[in-house]
Structure formats: C-alpha cells, structure tokens
Design a protein around this ligand. Structure first.
Ligand code: DUC
Ligand code: ZN
Ligand code: ZN
Length: 460
C-alpha cells in the first residue's frame, strides 16, 4: 500500500491510498476507505505526489549513427530512465537498407531482451520503403509494433521520398498504424551543408543555421498533405520551429488526425548553446536543431493548446570524447542527439513550478498522452484498478542539480549541466517491483519486458 500521497493523474488530483497486488494496481481509495486494507508492505507517501510512471515514447538506445553507436545500451539507458521516474520507453528498431523490417525488429529485440530495467515497446524506422516493407506492415501491427517512423531528412541514409512515404501512409490508413515523421527537408539542408562547409563554416553552430526553421515547416506541411491524401493519421516527432507548429495547428483546426511532440531540449535550451567555445556546441547538436527563444515560446504555447500533445526525450546520447569529436573539423559529422531520458520528468516539473502547466498536464504530457497515443493505455499511463503498478512517488520539493557527475546515463556530459531543479522521483515501481527507493537502486536487468501495443487511442 502506498499511503498518504496526493494521487495525480491526467484527470484528477485526490488524496488517496493505492493498493498494489502483484504486478497490478488493485484499488485506489480515499484515506478513510483504505483503513480496511491489509498490506504486507506500506510505503509512506506523505508530502509526495503519486503519479503514473513516465512513458518516454522516443528513445534511441545503442542507435547506430554516423559510424558510431548511441552510448547507452538498453541496460544502462533503461536504468537511467528508472532513476528519473520513467517506467516505459518506446525505442526505435531500424530496418536495414536493402533488408526487411523483420530483420531490423529481430535485431532490436535481441539488443533489449533480458537486459532492460523497465518495460519497453518498439516503433519501426522504415529506412527502405519499398514494396516489401509496405507488405510487412500488417504483420508488425499484429505483433504490437504499431507505429512507423520515416525521415524526410538524411538523404542516402534513412531518407524516404514522397512516393515511398505515401505508400507507407496508405497502408497505415488500412491497418490502424501511426505514421511518424522526421519532418525536415533533407535534400535542401544537404545543399546548405555543402555550401557552409565550402565557405569554411565547420563549427557546430552552423548545424543550427543550415537546418532552417522554414525547412522544418515545409516538410511538416508536406507530411500533413501526404497524410491527407492517404487518409492516414500522422505524428510529427521532435517539433522545434514556430512555423512547423503553425502547420500542425492549422491541420488540427481543420479536424485532421495530426499529432505532434516536442522534447525538453527545445523547451529548455536554445541555439546559443551551439556556440559554446572549444567545440562545446557539439554537445547540443541534434536534429531538428535547437532554435531561438521565440521558437521556444511557440512550443510552450502549443503545449497549452494541445497542438503539441506529448513530450518525449529523443534520448540519443553520444559522448563528447570520441563521439561528438568525430565532427571536430566538420559539423555535419557530429552524431546527432542529446541525452535526457533521466531528466524529463524533473525538467517538466519546473514548468509546473513556473506556472506554465498544471500538475495534471505534467502527468498527461509525460505519461498519459504518450500511453494513449501509442496504444498502451490504460495498462500504462494512469493510476486505476487493473493498470500495471508503474508508480512514482515524487518529492515535489527535493532540490538537486543536474550533472554528468551524478546522472546515471552512460554519457560523459549532461546537456543541463549545473541546472538546479526542484522535484525528484523518490520511489519508483514497475509492475509492483521497487526499482528505485530514496537514492538506492533496487532494480535489475531483465525485469523489463517487451510490451506489444495497440493502435493510437486518439482515433478510437
Ligand atoms: N532524429 C531523431 O529522432 N533522433 C536522433 C537523430 C534524428 O535525426
Ligand atoms: Zn528524427
Ligand atoms: Zn529520435
């Protein structure tokens, strides 16, 4: 029994006790009613919030990129997630070019199987959207891999052209799958990259300059139109630009099934970080890129209007030493990605303290909405009888400083180094097992299981 806390879900805040039986929540009861419960173990949550475990719908453990691999394995990355109050991740399996979706999915199952601290699902990156891949989509949906990411960026690597995208979306329209889009015009960006390099502009800050917001907006617009033509829903990942938000807002105002996420790095950092001296800007190289404060303001606004309805991390860690340094003479060779799976809940909690979002919206953005979006609700993302006992007892007044010296992610820097935050997961349970308790790690590799997902519940 978890006693005495303030239970917060996307829908309500109540003083209640929570009874866990095995892997599931058995009951949620007002303090009076709970007096009749008999529990083997009582966890005191007085002065704390009790929230559903975080669902991070966008991570890349061990992701191959530019000749290297993201530095967190499924083991280290899911452990760090647990420390930060996230109890489910959805990572991206990658179809090899020239290979089958199945091959990619099997390879990612092999990486994650038996080593994860928390439950996990997979999206599938379609990097070779030929007839064979399209034909495989139905079978993957049946196995609980119900979302497919495509890239309008990275020509020659992950890139899909408009025809390929349309075909995948048409199939998705028929089987309930959700098309996810990396919306940046990579063909135009690559021209600007070559021009910048030819002009001797090799520094990390040019990464931000060439990846212009208009090229994010153009791709977002195109993705929306293709999804309309196909009659398929669309989810735009890592939205960073005001002009892209405007496209999404317009589509939603028109009643289209268009959804989007942003990430903490776009809400809490700006392109100024890319200009850090001594190549330090490389730590902040990710795509879409960090942008200016006015873009940031648009994102905060869109979180209030629900034009952005999920915050996930796009956790994609590369060490500064030896990995980010691959681009020391050429910003285009810096592996793209920022670590953050451990810090998402705490960063978003600052927005609660600042009055930008309510506590319920905090829970919704970090847990309930991603669970619904990707077919995990109500098993994940809420506190209700029958749900998995994925619970965080959150201390809203614990002050701590984000730092690579104390974080648990397997990466040699923290993008928020030195930032003081208030609020921290004190006790973290996954399916009834305590993973973290007051600074002690009690989880284990292999506790986490693959979770087959249903289809997007905003379409039901
Ligand atoms: N897009 C992602 O979603 N993650 C890492 C790199 C990228 O471009
Ligand atoms: Zn992307
Ligand atoms: Zn990503």
């Amino acid at each position: 029994m978890i006693r005495g806390g303030l239970v917060i879900t996307a829908g309500e805040e109540i003083r209640a006790d929570v009874l866990v039986d095995g892997e599931h929540i058995a009951a949620v009861g007002a303090p009076g009613t709970a007096e009749h419960w008999h529990a083997d173990e009582v966890i005191d949550a007085t002065g704390h919030y009790v929230i559903p475990g975080g669902v991070d719908a966008h991570t890349h453990m061990e992701m191959p990129f530019g000749g290297t691999h993201a530095s967190d394995t499924f083991e280290t990355g899911t452990r760090a997630a647990a420390w930060g109050g996230t109890t489910t991740i959805i990572d991206f399996a990658i179809q090899p070019r020239g290979g089958a979706l199945r091959e990619g999915l099997d390879a990612w199952h092999a990486k994650a199987d038996g080593v994860c601290a928390i439950d996990y699902g997979f999206h599938m990156i379609v990097s070779d959207a030929g007839e064979q891949a399209v034909a495989e989509l139905d079978a993957l949906v049946d196995e609980g891999v119900t979302s497919f990411k495509m890239f309008m960026a990275y020509p020659g690597v992950f890139y899909s052209d408009d025809g390929q995208i349309l075909r995948v979306m048409q199939r998705a329209a028929g089987n309930g799958a959700l098309a996810m889009m990396h919306a940046e015009n990579g063909i135009a960006i690559d021209v600007l990259v070559q021009q910048a390099l030819a002009a001797g502009k090799t520094d990390p800050r040019y990464h931000g300059e060439v990846r212009q917001s208009l090229l994010e907006a153009e791709a977002t617009h195109r993705a929306i139109q293709l999804s309309r033509v196909a009659g398929a829903p669309l989810y735009v990942v890592h939205v960073a630009a005001t002009e892209a938000v405007a496209q999404i807002q317009q589509a939603r105002d028109d009643g289209l099934a268009v959804f989007a996420e942003t990430c903490p790095q776009y809400l809490f950092l700006t392109a100024d970080s890319l200009a850090e001296p001594d190549f330090g800007g490389a730590k902040y190289v990710c795509s879409t890129p960090l942008r200016s404060a006015d873009h940031q303001a648009s994102l905060w606004k869109a979180l209030r209007t629900d034009d952005l309805s999920v915050v996930s991390t796009d956790h994609c860690p590369f060490c500064f030493k030896g990995q980010k340094e691959l681009g020391a003479d050429d910003f285009s060779k810096i592996p793209n990605g920022i670590p953050g799976v451990e810090n998402r809940l705490d960063l978003l909690h600052q927005a609660v303290l600042d009055g930008r979002i309510s506590r319920r919206r905090w829970v919704e953005l970090a847990s309930t909405a991603p669970a619904r979006m990707f077919g995990l609700h109500p098993r994940k993302g809420t506190i209700a009888p029958g749900a998995d006992a994925d619970l965080v007892i959150y201390d809203p007044s614990a002050r701590h400083v984000l730092s690579a010296e104390t974080h648990h992610m397997n990466v040699d820097y923290n993008a928020y180094e030195g930032r003081a935050v208030t609020g921290r997961a004190r006790t973290v349970l996954s399916r009834g097992e305590v993973l973290v308790d007051g600074g002690q790690y009690r989880g284990r590799a292999g506790h986490g299981r693959f979770v087959p997902r249903g289809t997007c519940q905003y379409l039901d």
